[in-house]
Design a protein around this ligand. Structure first.
Ligand SMILES: Cc1cc2nc3c(=O)[nH]c(=O)nc-3n(C[C@H](O)[C@H](O)[C@H](O)COP(=O)(O)OP(=O)(O)OC[C@H]3O[C@@H](n4cnc5c(N)ncnc54)[C@H](O)[C@@H]3O)c2cc1C
Length: 292
């Protein structure tokens, strides 16, 4: 642990990552760091940079499959309150990268900021949502961002203006190590109307995704406007499974894991489904889920 010296109190060795992921699958991180403030975070990143130690960031682990073999180097987790603050401004919100999407959505709705109500029920953090520009009901998370503060892999803090950022389907140009916080602006609408719209969407989402409430993951990206779910349906992959991992019944673009599932089963199922789709339709699906 001498590598981290004065930061040793926030670094643990051989931490199992399964409980930090929605699928509850995966081996250990060689080092797991939970900084309590930005200074400690930058300190860890600098040590990794100087010692050429691999470093990754985990949000709420809802879009992640960690290998059963675990990962080398450091895994950072922004679980401390310092990274999860949400501030209300005249035009919108300023949110920390570790803030929960659920809290982001409910704060926006309460304040009469329109748009985020479409994302009700999406798991994850603001940082994770920006990293992959999550989208729901035709609305992109990146649409509302006006500026962002990031931490680079060398431990420098940098600002990004709206002009310096770009968002496209499933990705953003914000690919630095850590999205620390971002400023968002929205159109104003009646909070009561937004609350009604959010409740309606929430009921529909819960009804469709009840089986996804626990150990589930969103698998493939849509293809040129065509929903991955529809492509999977056409390819006839319903019911496919490997070991304790199966495609969800209500929405084929999700997989669900039962107790005893492991990462090799997830990887094998994804490969099997991709192959079947390619054989049947000629479409090469791209994974939305991150594989570590
Ligand atoms: C049931 C269910 C429904 C879903 N529905 C949708 C949907 O409708 N639309 C959609 O687009 N997605 C959907 N998703 C995907 C998921 O909600 C998002 O991808 C989620 O926002 C990821 O956030 P996270 O914090 O869990 O990221 P993680 O899974 O922890 O990490 C994913 C990636 O983001 C990076 N990351 C996380 N935080 C930060 C940060 N602060 N700075 C820099 N990088 C960061 C990680 O390093 C990693 O590469 C769904 C997932 C599930 C399980």
């Amino acid at each position: 642990m001498s590598l981290f010296d004065s930061l040793a109190h926030i670094v643990r060795e051989n931490e199992n990552l399964a409980s930090y992921t929605r699928l509850n699958i995966g081996g250990n991180a060689e080092y797991f760091a939970e900084p309590t403030n930005q200074e400690e975070l930058a300190g860890i990143v600098k040590v990794c940079h100087e010692n050429k130690l691999p470093i990754r960031l985990i949000g709420s682990g809802s879009n992640l499959v960690v290998s059963d073999e675990g990962v080398n180097g450091v895994v950072l987790h922004l679980g401390a309150p310092a990274f999860g603050q949400i501030e209300v401004t005249d035009k919108g919100l300023i949110a920390g990268g570790g803030a929960k999407l659920t809290q982001f959505v409910s704060t926006a709705v309460r304040e009469g900021f329109a748009g985020p109500e479409q994302m009700v029920g999406l798991p994850g953090t603001v940082g994770g949502a920006l990293h992959s520009n999550v989208a729901a009901h035709g609305v992109d998370f990146g649409d509302w961002v006006r500026s962002a503060e990031v931490l680079t892999r060398t431990g420098e803090i940098e600002q990004r203006t709206a002009e310096a950022m770009s968002f496209s389907y499933g990705q953003s140009s914000l690919n630095e190590l850590v999205i620390l916080r971002a400023t968002f602006e929205f159109e104003k609408e009646s909070a009561a109307e937004l609350t009604k719209a959010m409740q309606k969407l929430w009921i529909t989402r819960r009804a469709n995704q009840d089986e996804l409430a626990q150990r589930s993951a969103y698998i493939f990206e849509d293809v040129g406007g065509e929903l991955a779910t529809d492509i999977l349906q056409q390819a006839g992959v319903a019911g496919m499974s490997v070991g304790k991992v199966a495609l969800a019944e209500n929405d084929l673009n999700f997989l669900v894991a039962e107790p005893g599932a492991d990462s090799s089963q997830v990887v094998e199922l994804i490969a099997k489904v991709k192959q079947a789709v390619s054989d049947k339709t000629g479409i090469e699906l791209q994974t939305a889920i991150n594989l570590w």
